[in-house]
Design a protein around this ligand. Structure first.
Ligand SMILES: Nc1ncnc2c1ncn2[C@@H]1O[C@H](COP(=O)(O)OP(=O)(O)O)[C@@H](O)[C@H]1O
Ligand SMILES: [Mg+2]
Length: 231
């Protein structure tokens, strides 16, 4: 079993869209996949179908029943704030040990070939009063796919996130640049610039509504999983 953490260079950059595309690509390659959403804020209980959990479930071919939503994303908070701030509004204090243990339990229990864990916000978005998504990734030791956008300013966000992941010893599986809505600079040029600046990383570009480049990443993940099982 191989776990891949889907982290963001920021919020709303395409983590869920890329995770769903990757799930579909992995399934099309014949792999079994499960997914987990670490924590969600801005969750509207009246509209579960709009949640990240529902998008991930749809890609997994599962209906967004209350049980399925609870299973894929047990920590959901209503206010559209950072997770610890949203949790605070509901009288809940989040702890790093609990978040890491949820990831570990999920990894240990996974009966699939691949488990994708979607983070919340960006790499250093807070998930507790004194820890960020990065601390969860480091503690869970999961290879990571970094997702960023292509809006003006995205290059710095992506490079900063990639640098901090590397500095904490996280294995960067790939960087996925998900095309931002207009107005955004030329996508191919942005992709070339990012690839040049991140020359040791695999950089995958996905245009709006075209997840096809994620097939290559799915194959890479499965290839790595086979070789790590043989090792
Ligand atoms: N490459 C893309 N093509 C089409 N829609 C996209 C793409 N990337 C992101 N989106 C859309 O942009 C919005 C934000 O993306 P989302 O995956 O929810 O971001 P995040 O999970 O990082 O917060 C969603 O409506 C999503 O469907
Ligand atoms: Mg998301």
């Amino acid at each position: 079993m191989r776990t891949v953490f889907i982290a963001g260079a920021g919020t709303d950059v395409g983590k869920t869209w890329v995770a769903a595309g990757l799930i579909s690509a992995l399934r099309a390659e014949g792999a079994s996949v499960d997914a987990f959403k670490l924590i969600a804020s801005g969750y509207d209980p009246a509209r579960p179908e709009d949640s990240d959990a529902a998008v991930l479930l749809a890609a997994l071919g599962r209906a967004p029943t209350p049980e399925a939503i609870e299973d894929i994303c047990p920590l959901r908070f209503i206010e559209p704030l950072s997770p610890p701030a949203a949790a605070r509004r509901e009288g809940v204090t989040l702890s790093l040990a609990d978040l890491v243990s949820r990831c570990r339990q999920r990894m240990a229990a996974a009966a699939t070939e691949v488990l994708l864990i979607e983070g919340a916000g960006g790499v250093m978005s807070p998930v507790t009063d004194d820890a960020t998504v990065l601390d969860v990734i480091v503690a869970a030791r999961t290879p990571t796919v970094l997702v960023g956008g292509s809006y003006l300013g995205a290059i710095s966000h992506i490079l900063t996130a990639a640098d901090v992941l590397a500095s904490r010893g996280v294995k960067l599986e790939a960087v996925v640049v998900s095309e931002s809505l207009a107005p955004a600079p030329d996508f191919d040029e942005t992709l070339r610039d990012i690839s040049r600046l991140l020359k040791d990383s695999t950089v995958v570009g996905v245009r709006r509504d075209d997840p096809r480049p994620l097939t290559g990443l799915a194959r890479r993940i499965l290839g790595a999983s086979l070789s790590s099982e043989r090792a």
